[in-house]
Design a protein around this ligand. Structure first.
Ligand SMILES: [Zn+2]
Length: 561
Protein backbone atom coordinates (compact mmCIF):
# COMPACT_ATOMS: atom_id res chain seq x y z
CA UNK A 1 0.00 0.00 0.00
CA UNK A 2 1.47 3.38 -1.00
CA UNK A 3 -0.72 5.39 1.39
CA UNK A 4 -2.79 4.92 4.52
CA UNK A 5 -5.15 7.67 3.33
CA UNK A 6 -5.49 9.30 -0.08
CA UNK A 7 -7.59 12.46 -0.42
CA UNK A 8 -8.39 12.81 -4.10
CA UNK A 9 -9.79 15.49 -6.39
CA UNK A 10 -9.95 18.33 -3.87
CA UNK A 11 -8.81 21.93 -3.93
CA UNK A 12 -5.84 22.45 -1.65
CA UNK A 13 -5.58 25.57 0.52
CA UNK A 14 -2.30 24.94 2.29
CA UNK A 15 -2.52 27.39 5.21
CA UNK A 16 0.26 29.75 4.09
CA UNK A 17 -2.15 32.13 2.41
CA UNK A 18 -0.97 31.04 -1.08
CA UNK A 19 -3.60 30.65 -3.84
CA UNK A 20 -5.55 27.37 -3.90
CA UNK A 21 -4.70 24.61 -6.36
CA UNK A 22 -6.29 21.33 -7.47
CA UNK A 23 -4.52 18.27 -6.13
CA UNK A 24 -4.41 15.07 -4.16
CA UNK A 25 -2.93 14.38 -0.74
CA UNK A 26 -1.19 11.14 0.24
CA UNK A 27 -0.77 10.25 3.91
CA UNK A 28 1.44 7.51 5.34
CA UNK A 29 2.56 6.75 8.91
CA UNK A 30 0.98 9.90 10.29
CA UNK A 31 2.61 12.28 7.82
CA UNK A 32 1.84 13.95 4.52
CA UNK A 33 4.03 12.17 1.99
CA UNK A 34 2.53 13.48 -1.26
CA UNK A 35 0.89 16.79 -2.08
CA UNK A 36 -0.43 17.81 -5.48
CA UNK A 37 0.05 14.48 -7.19
CA UNK A 38 -0.39 11.31 -5.15
CA UNK A 39 -0.49 8.28 -7.44
CA UNK A 40 -0.81 4.93 -5.71
CA UNK A 41 -3.03 2.62 -3.70
CA UNK A 42 -4.52 3.59 -0.36
CA UNK A 43 -6.23 1.78 2.49
CA UNK A 44 -8.74 4.62 2.83
CA UNK A 45 -9.76 7.00 0.07
CA UNK A 46 -11.59 10.25 0.63
CA UNK A 47 -13.25 11.73 -2.44
CA UNK A 48 -12.85 15.48 -2.04
CA UNK A 49 -14.32 16.63 -5.37
CA UNK A 50 -15.81 20.10 -4.91
CA UNK A 51 -14.29 20.30 -1.44
CA UNK A 52 -11.47 22.27 0.15
CA UNK A 53 -8.56 20.36 1.69
CA UNK A 54 -6.84 22.43 4.38
CA UNK A 55 -4.62 22.00 7.44
CA UNK A 56 -6.57 21.16 10.61
CA UNK A 57 -7.50 24.30 12.51
CA UNK A 58 -5.43 25.45 15.48
CA UNK A 59 -7.47 26.90 18.36
CA UNK A 60 -5.06 28.68 20.70
CA UNK A 61 -7.54 29.84 23.34
CA UNK A 62 -9.37 26.95 25.00
CA UNK A 63 -10.05 25.75 28.53
CA UNK A 64 -10.19 21.96 28.14
CA UNK A 65 -7.82 21.45 31.13
CA UNK A 66 -10.49 19.60 33.13
CA UNK A 67 -12.73 18.32 30.32
CA UNK A 68 -9.85 16.41 28.72
CA UNK A 69 -9.91 14.14 31.79
CA UNK A 70 -13.49 12.98 31.11
CA UNK A 71 -13.92 13.61 27.38
CA UNK A 72 -10.97 12.40 25.34
CA UNK A 73 -12.77 13.43 22.12
CA UNK A 74 -12.65 17.08 23.27
CA UNK A 75 -16.09 17.69 21.87
CA UNK A 76 -17.01 19.89 20.19
CA UNK A 77 -13.77 21.30 18.72
CA UNK A 78 -13.03 18.49 16.22
CA UNK A 79 -16.61 18.71 14.92
CA UNK A 80 -15.63 22.12 13.56
CA UNK A 81 -12.33 21.01 12.03
CA UNK A 82 -10.03 21.84 14.94
CA UNK A 83 -7.12 19.39 15.25
CA UNK A 84 -4.93 21.25 17.78
CA UNK A 85 -5.98 23.15 20.90
CA UNK A 86 -3.99 25.12 23.46
CA UNK A 87 -5.11 24.73 27.08
CA UNK A 88 -4.05 26.50 30.29
CA UNK A 89 -5.21 29.89 29.01
CA UNK A 90 -5.89 32.84 31.32
CA UNK A 91 -3.60 31.08 33.81
CA UNK A 92 -6.19 28.46 34.71
CA UNK A 93 -5.36 24.80 34.92
CA UNK A 94 -5.21 21.77 37.19
CA UNK A 95 -1.47 21.44 37.74
CA UNK A 96 0.45 21.77 39.89
CA UNK A 97 -2.06 21.01 42.67
CA UNK A 98 -1.43 19.29 45.99
CA UNK A 99 -4.15 16.80 47.04
CA UNK A 100 -5.06 19.14 49.93
CA UNK A 101 -5.81 21.99 47.49
CA UNK A 102 -7.87 20.04 44.95
CA UNK A 103 -11.13 21.37 46.24
CA UNK A 104 -9.84 24.96 46.17
CA UNK A 105 -8.74 24.61 42.56
CA UNK A 106 -12.01 23.03 41.43
CA UNK A 107 -13.96 25.79 43.14
CA UNK A 108 -11.72 28.34 41.43
CA UNK A 109 -12.50 26.76 38.06
CA UNK A 110 -16.22 26.55 38.79
CA UNK A 111 -17.07 30.08 37.66
CA UNK A 112 -14.82 30.18 34.63
CA UNK A 113 -15.86 26.72 33.44
CA UNK A 114 -19.50 27.71 33.85
CA UNK A 115 -20.38 24.41 35.49
CA UNK A 116 -21.02 23.38 39.08
CA UNK A 117 -18.16 22.13 41.21
CA UNK A 118 -20.11 18.87 41.68
CA UNK A 119 -20.14 18.32 37.95
CA UNK A 120 -16.41 19.07 37.52
CA UNK A 121 -15.64 16.78 40.46
CA UNK A 122 -17.76 14.00 38.98
CA UNK A 123 -15.83 14.40 35.72
CA UNK A 124 -12.32 14.61 37.12
CA UNK A 125 -12.84 11.94 39.79
CA UNK A 126 -11.08 11.58 43.15
CA UNK A 127 -7.90 10.00 41.89
CA UNK A 128 -6.26 12.68 39.77
CA UNK A 129 -3.07 10.70 39.22
CA UNK A 130 -0.91 13.83 39.12
CA UNK A 131 0.33 16.58 41.36
CA UNK A 132 3.06 18.38 39.41
CA UNK A 133 2.82 19.89 35.93
CA UNK A 134 5.16 17.28 34.37
CA UNK A 135 2.94 14.55 35.88
CA UNK A 136 -0.14 16.24 34.38
CA UNK A 137 1.45 16.14 30.90
CA UNK A 138 2.26 12.44 31.44
CA UNK A 139 -1.36 11.71 32.38
CA UNK A 140 -2.64 13.53 29.28
CA UNK A 141 -0.26 11.52 27.14
CA UNK A 142 -1.21 8.21 28.73
CA UNK A 143 -4.97 8.82 28.49
CA UNK A 144 -4.76 10.11 24.93
CA UNK A 145 -7.01 12.55 23.11
CA UNK A 146 -8.61 12.77 19.68
CA UNK A 147 -6.74 15.97 18.81
CA UNK A 148 -3.38 17.53 19.72
CA UNK A 149 -2.81 19.49 22.93
CA UNK A 150 -0.44 22.37 23.58
CA UNK A 151 -0.32 23.20 27.28
CA UNK A 152 0.41 26.56 28.91
CA UNK A 153 1.59 26.67 32.52
CA UNK A 154 -1.01 28.53 34.59
CA UNK A 155 -0.31 31.19 37.19
CA UNK A 156 -3.43 30.34 39.22
CA UNK A 157 -2.62 26.72 40.18
CA UNK A 158 1.06 27.70 40.50
CA UNK A 159 0.29 30.38 43.08
CA UNK A 160 -2.10 28.11 44.97
CA UNK A 161 0.54 25.35 45.04
CA UNK A 162 3.12 27.66 46.60
CA UNK A 163 0.96 29.96 48.73
CA UNK A 164 -2.12 27.90 49.63
CA UNK A 165 -5.16 29.98 50.56
CA UNK A 166 -3.01 33.12 50.78
CA UNK A 167 -2.83 33.02 46.98
CA UNK A 168 -6.11 34.95 46.73
CA UNK A 169 -5.20 37.42 49.50
CA UNK A 170 -1.77 39.00 48.98
CA UNK A 171 1.36 39.52 46.96
CA UNK A 172 4.08 36.87 47.10
CA UNK A 173 7.23 37.31 49.21
CA UNK A 174 10.69 36.82 47.63
CA UNK A 175 10.96 33.20 48.77
CA UNK A 176 7.56 32.41 47.26
CA UNK A 177 8.46 34.13 44.00
CA UNK A 178 11.63 32.09 43.68
CA UNK A 179 9.74 28.88 44.51
CA UNK A 180 7.29 29.75 41.71
CA UNK A 181 10.12 30.59 39.32
CA UNK A 182 11.65 27.15 39.95
CA UNK A 183 8.35 25.50 39.03
CA UNK A 184 8.06 27.62 35.87
CA UNK A 185 11.47 26.33 34.77
CA UNK A 186 10.39 22.76 35.57
CA UNK A 187 7.20 23.18 33.49
CA UNK A 188 9.09 24.67 30.54
CA UNK A 189 11.63 21.85 30.66
CA UNK A 190 8.75 19.33 30.60
CA UNK A 191 7.29 20.91 27.46
CA UNK A 192 4.93 23.75 28.40
CA UNK A 193 4.25 26.12 25.51
CA UNK A 194 4.63 29.09 27.82
CA UNK A 195 3.25 30.90 30.84
CA UNK A 196 -0.32 32.19 31.23
CA UNK A 197 -1.81 34.69 33.64
CA UNK A 198 -4.81 36.98 34.12
CA UNK A 199 -5.55 40.35 35.69
CA UNK A 200 -9.12 40.48 34.38
CA UNK A 201 -11.58 42.04 36.82
CA UNK A 202 -14.18 39.50 35.65
CA UNK A 203 -12.05 36.51 36.71
CA UNK A 204 -13.31 35.50 40.13
CA UNK A 205 -12.93 32.24 41.99
CA UNK A 206 -14.44 30.71 45.10
CA UNK A 207 -16.40 32.81 47.62
CA UNK A 208 -16.18 35.84 45.32
CA UNK A 209 -12.38 36.03 45.70
CA UNK A 210 -10.28 37.20 42.77
CA UNK A 211 -8.46 34.36 41.02
CA UNK A 212 -4.92 34.07 42.50
CA UNK A 213 -3.06 35.58 39.52
CA UNK A 214 -4.93 38.85 40.05
CA UNK A 215 -3.10 39.30 43.36
CA UNK A 216 0.32 39.19 41.66
CA UNK A 217 2.08 42.51 41.17
CA UNK A 218 4.04 43.16 38.00
CA UNK A 219 7.39 42.38 39.68
CA UNK A 220 6.13 38.81 40.30
CA UNK A 221 4.94 38.41 36.70
CA UNK A 222 8.24 39.84 35.44
CA UNK A 223 10.21 37.33 37.55
CA UNK A 224 8.14 34.36 36.32
CA UNK A 225 8.40 35.41 32.67
CA UNK A 226 12.14 35.82 33.22
CA UNK A 227 12.30 32.24 34.51
CA UNK A 228 10.35 31.05 31.46
CA UNK A 229 12.68 32.87 29.06
CA UNK A 230 15.79 31.57 30.87
CA UNK A 231 14.67 27.94 30.52
CA UNK A 232 13.70 28.03 26.85
CA UNK A 233 11.62 30.11 24.46
CA UNK A 234 7.92 30.20 25.20
CA UNK A 235 4.96 32.51 24.88
CA UNK A 236 3.26 34.66 27.51
CA UNK A 237 -0.53 34.55 27.32
CA UNK A 238 -2.19 37.22 29.42
CA UNK A 239 -5.75 38.28 30.00
CA UNK A 240 -5.67 42.00 30.47
CA UNK A 241 -6.56 44.22 33.39
CA UNK A 242 -5.85 47.85 34.29
CA UNK A 243 -2.37 46.97 35.56
CA UNK A 244 -1.49 44.46 32.88
CA UNK A 245 -1.67 45.90 29.40
CA UNK A 246 0.52 47.51 26.72
CA UNK A 247 3.14 49.13 29.00
CA UNK A 248 3.72 45.87 30.87
CA UNK A 249 3.71 43.74 27.68
CA UNK A 250 6.21 46.08 26.01
CA UNK A 251 8.42 45.85 29.06
CA UNK A 252 8.36 42.01 28.95
CA UNK A 253 8.88 41.86 25.18
CA UNK A 254 11.81 44.29 25.31
CA UNK A 255 13.48 42.81 28.38
CA UNK A 256 13.18 39.11 27.52
CA UNK A 257 12.48 39.03 23.78
CA UNK A 258 9.46 36.81 24.40
CA UNK A 259 6.22 36.86 22.41
CA UNK A 260 3.10 37.97 24.27
CA UNK A 261 -0.47 37.25 23.16
CA UNK A 262 -3.19 39.08 25.04
CA UNK A 263 -6.87 38.48 25.50
CA UNK A 264 -9.01 40.00 24.19
CA UNK A 265 -9.32 42.91 21.79
CA UNK A 266 -13.07 43.24 21.20
CA UNK A 267 -14.92 46.07 19.50
CA UNK A 268 -17.04 48.45 21.56
CA UNK A 269 -15.26 47.84 24.87
CA UNK A 270 -14.84 51.59 25.40
CA UNK A 271 -17.40 52.76 22.85
CA UNK A 272 -17.43 52.80 19.03
CA UNK A 273 -13.99 52.81 17.41
CA UNK A 274 -12.22 52.06 20.70
CA UNK A 275 -10.38 49.10 19.15
CA UNK A 276 -8.41 51.32 16.75
CA UNK A 277 -5.96 52.72 19.26
CA UNK A 278 -4.98 49.12 20.06
CA UNK A 279 -4.47 48.38 16.36
CA UNK A 280 -2.14 51.39 16.16
CA UNK A 281 -0.19 50.31 19.23
CA UNK A 282 0.10 46.76 17.86
CA UNK A 283 1.45 48.08 14.54
CA UNK A 284 3.94 50.30 16.35
CA UNK A 285 5.23 47.29 18.29
CA UNK A 286 5.57 45.21 15.14
CA UNK A 287 7.69 47.99 13.64
CA UNK A 288 9.82 48.04 16.80
CA UNK A 289 10.36 44.28 16.58
CA UNK A 290 8.21 43.37 19.59
CA UNK A 291 6.00 40.33 19.18
CA UNK A 292 2.83 41.43 21.00
CA UNK A 293 -0.26 39.92 19.43
CA UNK A 294 -3.81 40.84 20.51
CA UNK A 295 -6.38 38.05 20.27
CA UNK A 296 -9.55 38.93 18.36
CA UNK A 297 -12.82 37.07 17.92
CA UNK A 298 -15.05 36.53 14.89
CA UNK A 299 -18.21 36.10 16.96
CA UNK A 300 -20.06 38.57 19.19
CA UNK A 301 -19.33 38.34 22.91
CA UNK A 302 -22.54 37.04 24.44
CA UNK A 303 -23.73 37.20 28.01
CA UNK A 304 -26.10 34.56 29.30
CA UNK A 305 -27.80 35.57 32.54
CA UNK A 306 -30.92 35.48 34.68
CA UNK A 307 -32.53 38.53 36.27
CA UNK A 308 -31.61 37.39 39.77
CA UNK A 309 -28.00 38.10 38.80
CA UNK A 310 -28.46 40.57 35.93
CA UNK A 311 -24.71 40.79 35.30
CA UNK A 312 -24.77 42.79 32.02
CA UNK A 313 -27.03 45.46 33.51
CA UNK A 314 -25.10 45.91 36.74
CA UNK A 315 -22.95 48.55 35.05
CA UNK A 316 -26.05 50.81 34.84
CA UNK A 317 -26.91 53.09 37.80
CA UNK A 318 -30.57 51.99 37.57
CA UNK A 319 -29.54 48.48 38.61
CA UNK A 320 -27.64 49.63 41.71
CA UNK A 321 -30.81 48.97 43.70
CA UNK A 322 -31.09 45.37 42.43
CA UNK A 323 -27.70 44.55 43.94
CA UNK A 324 -28.58 46.06 47.33
CA UNK A 325 -31.73 44.00 47.81
CA UNK A 326 -32.53 40.27 47.97
CA UNK A 327 -34.37 37.90 45.69
CA UNK A 328 -37.81 38.97 46.94
CA UNK A 329 -36.80 42.62 46.66
CA UNK A 330 -35.74 42.12 43.05
CA UNK A 331 -39.04 40.38 42.30
CA UNK A 332 -40.96 43.38 43.66
CA UNK A 333 -38.76 45.82 41.79
CA UNK A 334 -39.20 44.08 38.43
CA UNK A 335 -42.99 44.01 38.93
CA UNK A 336 -43.09 47.74 39.59
CA UNK A 337 -44.32 49.72 36.52
CA UNK A 338 -42.13 52.69 37.48
CA UNK A 339 -39.01 50.51 37.38
CA UNK A 340 -40.05 49.05 34.03
CA UNK A 341 -40.54 52.52 32.59
CA UNK A 342 -37.10 53.61 33.76
CA UNK A 343 -35.55 50.36 32.44
CA UNK A 344 -37.18 50.91 29.05
CA UNK A 345 -35.83 54.44 28.89
CA UNK A 346 -32.37 53.26 29.90
CA UNK A 347 -32.49 50.62 27.14
CA UNK A 348 -33.49 53.03 24.36
CA UNK A 349 -31.29 53.75 21.37
CA UNK A 350 -30.83 57.31 22.68
CA UNK A 351 -29.12 56.02 25.81
CA UNK A 352 -26.11 55.14 23.60
CA UNK A 353 -24.72 52.45 25.88
CA UNK A 354 -23.59 48.95 24.87
CA UNK A 355 -27.01 47.90 26.20
CA UNK A 356 -29.09 50.09 23.88
CA UNK A 357 -31.85 47.98 22.36
CA UNK A 358 -30.61 44.83 24.09
CA UNK A 359 -34.02 43.13 23.83
CA UNK A 360 -33.96 43.33 20.03
CA UNK A 361 -30.94 41.02 19.94
CA UNK A 362 -31.80 38.77 22.87
CA UNK A 363 -32.64 35.09 22.72
CA UNK A 364 -34.49 33.20 25.40
CA UNK A 365 -31.80 30.71 26.30
CA UNK A 366 -33.80 28.76 28.88
CA UNK A 367 -37.57 28.83 29.42
CA UNK A 368 -38.43 26.42 32.25
CA UNK A 369 -41.74 24.67 31.55
CA UNK A 370 -41.81 25.97 27.97
CA UNK A 371 -38.92 24.23 26.19
CA UNK A 372 -40.41 25.21 22.82
CA UNK A 373 -39.23 28.76 23.57
CA UNK A 374 -35.57 27.81 24.18
CA UNK A 375 -33.23 29.63 21.78
CA UNK A 376 -36.05 31.68 20.22
CA UNK A 377 -35.62 35.44 19.71
CA UNK A 378 -37.28 37.36 22.53
CA UNK A 379 -38.86 39.90 20.12
CA UNK A 380 -40.48 37.14 18.08
CA UNK A 381 -42.13 35.50 21.08
CA UNK A 382 -43.15 38.91 22.44
CA UNK A 383 -44.79 39.82 19.10
CA UNK A 384 -46.76 36.54 19.09
CA UNK A 385 -48.07 37.39 22.52
CA UNK A 386 -48.69 41.08 21.90
CA UNK A 387 -46.22 42.09 24.62
CA UNK A 388 -43.22 44.35 24.80
CA UNK A 389 -40.08 42.15 24.90
CA UNK A 390 -38.84 43.86 28.08
CA UNK A 391 -42.13 43.09 29.86
CA UNK A 392 -42.06 39.51 28.62
CA UNK A 393 -38.50 38.97 29.91
CA UNK A 394 -39.31 40.37 33.35
CA UNK A 395 -42.61 38.47 33.59
CA UNK A 396 -40.93 35.20 32.63
CA UNK A 397 -38.26 35.87 35.27
CA UNK A 398 -40.82 36.48 38.00
CA UNK A 399 -43.00 33.52 37.00
CA UNK A 400 -40.06 31.07 37.01
CA UNK A 401 -38.45 32.43 40.17
CA UNK A 402 -35.53 33.64 38.02
CA UNK A 403 -34.88 30.29 36.37
CA UNK A 404 -35.58 31.81 32.93
CA UNK A 405 -32.31 32.71 31.18
CA UNK A 406 -31.55 35.18 28.41
CA UNK A 407 -28.58 35.86 26.18
CA UNK A 408 -27.45 38.80 24.08
CA UNK A 409 -24.32 40.21 22.51
CA UNK A 410 -22.79 43.14 24.30
CA UNK A 411 -19.36 43.59 22.67
CA UNK A 412 -17.84 42.64 19.32
CA UNK A 413 -21.23 42.87 17.58
CA UNK A 414 -20.62 45.79 15.18
CA UNK A 415 -19.70 43.81 12.08
CA UNK A 416 -17.97 46.69 10.28
CA UNK A 417 -15.66 47.13 13.27
CA UNK A 418 -15.11 43.39 13.77
CA UNK A 419 -14.20 43.17 10.07
CA UNK A 420 -11.40 45.72 10.64
CA UNK A 421 -9.89 43.49 13.33
CA UNK A 422 -10.26 40.26 11.35
CA UNK A 423 -8.41 41.85 8.43
CA UNK A 424 -5.58 43.28 10.56
CA UNK A 425 -2.47 41.12 9.98
CA UNK A 426 -1.10 41.99 13.44
CA UNK A 427 -3.91 40.13 15.25
CA UNK A 428 -4.57 36.45 15.89
CA UNK A 429 -8.07 34.98 15.80
CA UNK A 430 -8.73 33.19 19.08
CA UNK A 431 -11.01 33.39 22.08
CA UNK A 432 -13.17 30.36 21.41
CA UNK A 433 -12.93 29.71 25.18
CA UNK A 434 -13.86 26.12 24.25
CA UNK A 435 -14.52 24.06 27.36
CA UNK A 436 -15.26 27.14 29.50
CA UNK A 437 -18.50 28.98 30.25
CA UNK A 438 -20.13 25.71 29.22
CA UNK A 439 -23.67 26.64 30.25
CA UNK A 440 -23.43 30.26 29.04
CA UNK A 441 -21.93 30.33 25.59
CA UNK A 442 -20.32 28.25 22.88
CA UNK A 443 -17.77 29.76 20.53
CA UNK A 444 -15.86 26.52 19.96
CA UNK A 445 -17.48 26.72 16.52
CA UNK A 446 -15.64 29.92 15.57
CA UNK A 447 -13.74 28.28 12.68
CA UNK A 448 -16.82 27.11 10.75
CA UNK A 449 -18.48 30.44 11.59
CA UNK A 450 -15.52 32.34 10.10
CA UNK A 451 -15.64 30.28 6.89
CA UNK A 452 -19.42 30.37 6.50
CA UNK A 453 -20.29 33.84 7.72
CA UNK A 454 -17.22 36.02 7.12
CA UNK A 455 -15.86 34.33 3.99
CA UNK A 456 -18.88 33.01 2.07
CA UNK A 457 -21.71 35.29 3.19
CA UNK A 458 -19.97 38.59 3.94
CA UNK A 459 -16.94 38.17 1.64
CA UNK A 460 -14.80 40.07 4.17
CA UNK A 461 -11.87 37.64 3.91
CA UNK A 462 -10.64 35.43 1.10
CA UNK A 463 -10.79 31.72 1.75
CA UNK A 464 -6.99 31.49 1.59
CA UNK A 465 -6.58 34.28 4.15
CA UNK A 466 -9.23 32.84 6.48
CA UNK A 467 -7.61 29.38 6.39
CA UNK A 468 -4.21 30.99 7.08
CA UNK A 469 -5.73 32.76 10.10
CA UNK A 470 -7.15 29.47 11.38
CA UNK A 471 -3.93 27.49 10.89
CA UNK A 472 -0.42 28.79 10.23
CA UNK A 473 -0.89 32.18 11.90
CA UNK A 474 -2.04 30.92 15.35
CA UNK A 475 0.46 28.03 15.23
CA UNK A 476 3.34 30.44 14.58
CA UNK A 477 2.25 32.94 17.22
CA UNK A 478 2.11 30.18 19.84
CA UNK A 479 5.37 28.49 18.86
CA UNK A 480 3.65 25.35 17.58
CA UNK A 481 6.33 24.52 15.09
CA UNK A 482 5.11 21.60 13.02
CA UNK A 483 1.37 22.30 12.58
CA UNK A 484 -0.80 24.65 10.58
CA UNK A 485 0.54 24.00 7.06
CA UNK A 486 -0.04 21.27 4.48
CA UNK A 487 3.41 20.29 3.26
CA UNK A 488 5.28 17.07 2.53
CA UNK A 489 6.89 15.71 5.67
CA UNK A 490 4.52 17.53 8.06
CA UNK A 491 2.23 15.65 10.47
CA UNK A 492 -1.03 14.88 8.68
CA UNK A 493 -3.60 17.10 10.41
CA UNK A 494 -6.15 17.74 7.68
CA UNK A 495 -9.71 19.01 7.38
CA UNK A 496 -11.89 18.51 4.29
CA UNK A 497 -14.84 20.89 3.97
CA UNK A 498 -17.45 22.06 1.50
CA UNK A 499 -17.01 25.81 0.89
CA UNK A 500 -20.66 26.07 -0.21
CA UNK A 501 -22.14 24.78 3.05
CA UNK A 502 -19.49 25.12 5.78
CA UNK A 503 -20.85 26.93 8.84
CA UNK A 504 -21.97 26.73 12.44
CA UNK A 505 -25.52 26.08 13.61
CA UNK A 506 -27.31 28.05 16.30
CA UNK A 507 -26.87 26.87 19.87
CA UNK A 508 -28.77 24.09 21.60
CA UNK A 509 -28.72 23.27 25.29
CA UNK A 510 -27.75 19.64 25.96
CA UNK A 511 -27.33 17.75 29.21
CA UNK A 512 -24.26 15.65 28.49
CA UNK A 513 -21.79 16.95 31.08
CA UNK A 514 -20.73 14.80 34.06
CA UNK A 515 -23.62 14.30 36.47
CA UNK A 516 -26.10 15.37 33.77
CA UNK A 517 -25.08 19.04 33.85
CA UNK A 518 -25.92 21.21 30.86
CA UNK A 519 -23.90 23.01 28.24
CA UNK A 520 -24.54 24.93 25.05
CA UNK A 521 -23.44 23.36 21.82
CA UNK A 522 -23.22 24.29 18.15
CA UNK A 523 -23.26 21.77 15.31
CA UNK A 524 -20.99 22.02 12.29
CA UNK A 525 -22.16 22.09 8.69
CA UNK A 526 -20.08 21.03 5.71
CA UNK A 527 -17.14 19.36 7.49
CA UNK A 528 -16.51 16.19 5.46
CA UNK A 529 -13.47 14.72 7.19
CA UNK A 530 -11.11 15.51 10.05
CA UNK A 531 -7.74 13.75 10.15
CA UNK A 532 -5.30 13.92 13.07
CA UNK A 533 -1.74 12.60 12.73
CA UNK A 534 -2.80 10.49 9.78
CA UNK A 535 -5.92 8.96 11.33
CA UNK A 536 -9.47 9.88 10.46
CA UNK A 537 -11.36 10.98 13.59
CA UNK A 538 -14.54 12.38 11.95
CA UNK A 539 -16.38 11.63 8.69
CA UNK A 540 -19.52 13.45 7.55
CA UNK A 541 -20.32 14.84 10.97
CA UNK A 542 -19.75 11.74 13.09
CA UNK A 543 -16.91 10.31 15.17
CA UNK A 544 -15.36 7.29 13.48
CA UNK A 545 -13.03 6.19 16.27
CA UNK A 546 -14.44 4.04 19.04
CA UNK A 547 -14.53 5.98 22.28
CA UNK A 548 -12.22 3.43 23.94
CA UNK A 549 -9.77 3.17 21.00
CA UNK A 550 -6.24 4.51 21.20
CA UNK A 551 -6.55 8.08 19.99
CA UNK A 552 -4.22 9.91 17.59
CA UNK A 553 -3.84 13.28 19.34
CA UNK A 554 -0.42 14.15 20.78
CA UNK A 555 0.79 16.37 23.57
CA UNK A 556 2.86 18.95 21.70
CA UNK A 557 5.77 19.32 24.09
CA UNK A 558 7.85 22.36 23.21
CA UNK A 559 5.42 22.92 20.32
CA UNK A 560 6.14 19.64 18.56
CA UNK A 561 4.61 16.19 18.62
ZN1 LIG B 1 -9.86 32.26 28.62
Amino acid sequence: MTFDIRISGGTIVDGTGSPRFRGDVGIKDGRIVALGEAPGEARETIDASGQIVAPGFVDVHTHYDAQVLWDRMLSISPWHGVTTVVIGNCGFGLAPTRPAHRNLILRTLEKVEGMSVESIRAGVGDDWGFETFPEYLDVLEKRGSAINLGVLFGHTPLRTFVMGEDAVRRGADPAEVSAMARLVREAMAAGALGFATSHAATHNGYDGNPVPSRMADFAEIDALVGAMAAERSGIVQATIGKTLLWNEFESLAEKYGVPVSWTALLTGLAGPGSHRKHQERAAKNVRAGNRIVPQVACRPLNFDFDFNEPFPFEMRPLFGQTMKTDRAGRRALYADPAFRKAFLQDSSAESRTPLSGWYDRTVISLAPGQPELDERPLVEVAAERGRHPLDLALDMSIETDFKARFRFAIFNNDEAEVGELLNDPNMVIALSDAGAHASQLCDACYATHLLGHWVREKKQLTLEDAVHKLTQRPAEVFGIRDRGVLAEGRPADVVVFDPATVGASGLTRVYDQPGGADRLRADAHGIGAVIVNGRTVRRDGADVLAADAALPGRVLRHGRG
